[in-house]
Design a protein around this ligand. Structure first.
Ligand SMILES: [Fe+2]
Length: 286
């Protein structure tokens, strides 16, 4: 073997290791959100946010993922859709992860576009419910803690069918209904919604905190620029990762755990978000 061949083989191996690392080495992102509306009992409340698994199995790294989740000692875990991938439906990959974490904290879930178009939505949702997951399909729950409470609401992804792709009107109607039903006082409200590009709509209804996914961090993250491409946002998308503020709402977007059509992440490792709520005024610059 000559030197040129050795260099080429070494370069191929190094590239392979790097690409594997980018898709499989999970990072934990810590986010703090302050709100003057937060009830006292929820000061320090910890929420783990997972999104967009897309059937991903982490193999030996799965143990590390479960440990990271448990070590964070969450009060609740929220999942913002696309647990499965509709192109090659496999419910067991996500159910396996759910079974490993469901006893760590109450798990709340909303659908993504992949569940909605899978043709197996009902079966999958029933399987999630059997594991103990709270499925919020245009529904809400009241979380109580030491005499205080907050609302958590969830909307189905507005994907309805191939012919009627975006039914934003349905999402708007359901949000409006839930907000009207819970407006007896001005309590702290969390919304789980798969699509971050609808942030202005969520903000219009006064949600204090929104969790979202779908963008996969823009798939490839460029230095100083951010994500390259995201569905429904196109190139150089606005909402791909971290915390955004609009009016009185804060939205947190997870970069997600898996991949869909494009199978590779670059400078955008799979992510779990650990969010801590605290009392105080949220600064627009945070
Ligand atoms: Fe999605």
């Amino acid at each position: 073997m000559n030197n040129k061949t050795k260099v080429i083989i070494t370069a191929i191996i190094c590239t392979g290791v790097f690409l594997y690392f980018e898709n499989n080495h999970i990072v934990t992102t810590q986010i703090n959100v302050k709100s003057s509306k937060l009830p006292d009992a929820f000061d320090g409340y910890r929420i783990i946010h997972l999104s967009d698994l897309h059937n991903k199995r982490f193999g030996r790294k799965q143990e590390a993922l479960v440990r990271k989740i448990k070590d964070a000692r969450p009060d609740i875990i929220v999942i913002t859709g696309d647990l499965i991938d509709s192109r090659h439906f496999d419910a067991e990959a996500s159910l396996e992860l759910i079974r490993q974490i469901v006893n760590s904290a109450p798990v709340y879930y909303v659908t993504g576009n992949h569940e909605m178009r899978s043709g197996q939505l009902e079966t999958f949702v029933n399987a999630l419910k059997e594991t103990g997951v709270h499925v919020l399909q245009n529904a809400y729950d009241r979380i109580s803690r030491d005499g205080d409470w907050i609302y958590i609401m969830g909307i189905d992804d507005p994907f309805v069918s191939q012919e009627r792709f975006m039914e934003v009107g349905i999402a708007k109607r359901e949000i409006e209904r839930m907000v009207n039903e819970t407006q007896e006082n001005d309590g702290f409200k969390i919304l789980l919604a798969h699509r971050p590009d609808m942030f202005p709509l969520y903000s219009e209804y006064g949600f204090d905190l929104i969790f979202s996914g779908h963008a996969h961090g823009g798939q490839i993250r460029l230095p100083f620029i951010g994500g390259l491409f995201a569905p429904n946002q196109g190139f150089f998308p606005r909402y791909t990762s971290g915390k955004y503020k609009l009016w009185n709402s804060v939205m947190v977007v997870s970069r997600g755990l898996g991949n869909s059509l494009f199978p590779q992440r670059l400078f955008n490792r799979p992510e779990i978000v650990v969010l801590t709520l605290s009392k105080g005024n949220q600064c627009a610059c945070e």
